[in-house]
Design a protein around this ligand. Structure first.
Ligand SMILES: *[C@@H]1O[C@H](CO)[C@@H](O)[C@H](O)[C@H]1NC(C)=O
Ligand SMILES: *[C@@H]1O[C@H](CO)[C@@H](O)[C@H](O)[C@H]1NC(C)=O
Ligand SMILES: *[C@@H]1O[C@H](CO)[C@@H](O)[C@H](O)[C@H]1NC(C)=O
Ligand SMILES: *[C@@H]1O[C@H](CO)[C@@H](O)[C@H](O)[C@H]1NC(C)=O
Ligand SMILES: *[C@@H]1O[C@H](CO)[C@@H](O)[C@H](O)[C@H]1NC(C)=O
Ligand SMILES: *[C@@H]1O[C@H](CO)[C@@H](O)[C@H](O)[C@H]1NC(C)=O
Ligand SMILES: *[C@@H]1O[C@H](CO)[C@@H](O)[C@H](O)[C@H]1NC(C)=O
Ligand SMILES: *[C@@H]1O[C@H](CO)[C@@H](O)[C@H](O)[C@H]1NC(C)=O
Ligand SMILES: CC(=O)N[C@H]1CO[C@H](CO)[C@@H](O)[C@@H]1O
Length: 457
């Protein structure tokens, strides 16, 4: 691009829209700061994973405990390949056996004669068992390959448990020592765990509901997620279009990486390449590293927001999520959207919906996810690699406008990860006054052509 033309665009936008530019700049600076400065998620300030150890039984040289991880995060779930939990023993404890999980390494058990423990490491690393584990090796809430759903989406599957028999440990609540230095990877980095605290013993209600039993001793550990710690490159971007302007604002170029055949051949594959199948099944097949379709943004996930129709009292948005990753079926995907009109969402088609109120009262944030067995699976890249929905909003006359990009979302998360928005000064503009005179049929035509373009771009 030559300098003079870029200057003239800049000059025009500042001249016409100085207040807008300033507010958008403020917004841009703010949103650029958010991911790096906050240690917690402002849309889910109390979100955490709590790990609870319930000692169920003392043994001659230790205890048997049931360890349960509760995912108290509204929308961040743990997907395949699942969680990895680690800790450091306070003394010389060993793990005699486990049910519903296993350690990744046995370690050096040479000091034991006869019975050998399951794990003798000072800092064991535990993973879940896979689905299909024989029943006699299972306990409730185990064996899901480390997958844990989010609290809002599927509370019945928001926990994961295993049982551990610990030896060479204390055998009373006075002599037992709580493990230290808990670490949780889910599956990558991002979680920080606090210290284990002894809490009131958990009470369990028997199946008939007529009696409670209680743990002999309980401790809790709380782990919180920080996008900053996860240090991920973006994995998701947002593109925009509207009925009132035929510009389609694509995801920013190189949002998640750049096509670079020279330094990184095979960083992406063309959708129509004859080598697609061999690339998908080639090296890295089981690594969970994305293999993306070649696009200008190179993101595994794109969310498209199209302002589709304008009625007298309502307006309508179409959302499409496209998967460009050939190596990932996103099970139980979710989307978090922030837009001021979400407090008057009238109807939502073919997705589930829950309003999130991170700041108590202002429900401008909502979580969207797929309908079970219908579109809760976002398939790998290809003809089925997308899901879509439409949202119908009621206009609040005091705030509603199509001007200044108001109709576009303020923030979007896919599976808890921030989706990169295009720069606000590139948003499709409302043409001056012309739109009011535009007939419905022209609008529909524009809408249709915008969608055609989306699919063939
Ligand atoms: C963890 O989340 C639960 C459920 O939202 C909440 O009750 C608890 O206070 C949280 N714990 C911490 C340490 O934030
Ligand atoms: C330990 O057990 C005794 C009774 O056996 C109980 O009184 C005490 O509160 C327990 N202490 C802790 C920390 O659980
Ligand atoms: C805690 O765990 C981390 C990672 O496993 C390790 O780097 C660190 O040294 C451990 N700290 C202590 C005090 O054991
Ligand atoms: C410990 O964790 C359990 C499970 O999340 C929770 O019910 C209990 O309230 C927690 N206890 C404390 C003191 O945080
Ligand atoms: C990268 O390589 C692929 C396949 O080898 C090719 O289709 C694509 O056009 C190349 N991209 C660039 C930017 O050279
Ligand atoms: C995604 O699911 C489809 C259908 O269940 C399956 O054929 C495909 O292999 C899966 N892809 C991946 C990457 O797991
Ligand atoms: C937003 O909150 C208000 C009051 O708290 C409630 O009446 C309204 O139904 C909520 N809107 C949505 C879309 O959940
Ligand atoms: C559509 O929006 C773009 C900004 O993205 C603007 O440059 C263009 O002038 C707008 N089109 C019309 C017809 O106003
Ligand atoms: C037009 C309309 O119904 N506006 C409502 C949108 O929601 C807010 C908060 O719930 C109400 O105050 C408005 O009256």
């Amino acid at each position: 691009m030559d300098l003079s033309s870029s200057r003239s665009i800049f000059g025009r936008s500042v001249g016409k829209l100085a207040p807008l530019a300033i507010s958008l700049l403020f917004f841009l600076v703010l949103s650029a700061l958010i991911p790096s400065t906050e240690a917690y998620d402002s849309l889910d300030p109390n979100g955490n994973i709590t790990i609870k150890w319930d000692i169920m039984q003392w043994t001659p040289d230790g205890y048997v405990a049931v360890v349960t991880m509760f995912n108290f995060q509204q929308y961040r779930h743990i997907q395949a390949p699942g969680w990895t939990l680690g800790w450091t023993w306070a003394k010389k404890e060993v793990i005699w056996s486990m049910v519903g999980a296993q350690t990744t390494e046995q370690g050096d058990c040479s000091r034991f004669k006869g019975n050998t423990p399951h794990c003798c490491k000072k800092d064991p690393t535990v993973v879940d068992l896979l689905p299909g584990t024989p029943y006699n090796q299972q306990i409730a809430n185990c064996c899901k390959g480390g997958v844990i759903n989010s609290w809002v989406q599927d509370p019945a599957n928001a926990a994961s448990s295993f049982q551990v028999s610990v030896g060479a440990a204390g055998t009373t609540n006075k002599t037992v020592r709580v493990p230290k230095n808990f670490t949780l990877r889910a599956p990558g980095p991002g979680y920080t765990c606090g210290i284990a605290k002894i809490v009131k013993p958990t009470k369990f209600v028997t199946q008939d509901g007529r009696r409670t039993t209680q743990a002999l001793m309980t401790w809790n550990v709380t782990c919180t997620y920080s996008q900053f710690l996860a240090q991920k490159t973006p994995t998701c971007c947002v593109s925009l279009s509207s009925f009132y302007n035929d510009t389609i604002v694509n995801c920013p170029t190189c949002t998640c990486g750049c096509q670079n055949n020279a330094t990184q051949p095979g960083s992406c594959v063309e959708g129509d390449s004859p080598y697609l199948a061999s690339a998908v099944n080639g090296a890295g097949k089981n690594s969970f590293t994305p293999l993306v379709q070649c696009t200008s943004h190179m993101c595994p996930i794109r969310v498209h927001w199209h302002v589709k129709l304008n009625y007298k009292e309502y307006w309508r948005v179409k959302i499409a999520i496209t998967n460009f990753n050939y190596r990932m079926n996103y099970t139980q995907w979710n989307l978090v959207i922030q837009h001021p009109n979400l407090d008057n969402l009238t109807q939502l088609f073919s997705f589930n919906y829950k309003s999130l109120t991170p700041y108590g009262g202002i429900n401008d944030t909502a979580m969207l996810w797929g309908v079970k067995y219908y579109n809760d699976l976002l398939m790998q890249a290809g003809p089925y690699g997308n899901v879509q929905s439409e949202l119908l909003f009621k206009k609040d006359p005091s705030t509603f406008t199509f001007e200044k990009g108001w109709a576009f979302p303020r923030r979007i998360y896919f599976n808890g990860d921030n989706c990169v928005m295009p720069p606000p000064d590139s948003y499709p503009w409302l043409p001056n006054a012309a739109s009011h005179l535009m007939s419905t049929s022209v609008m529909t035509l524009l809408t249709a052509s915008a969608w055609l373009l989306i699919y063939y771009v």
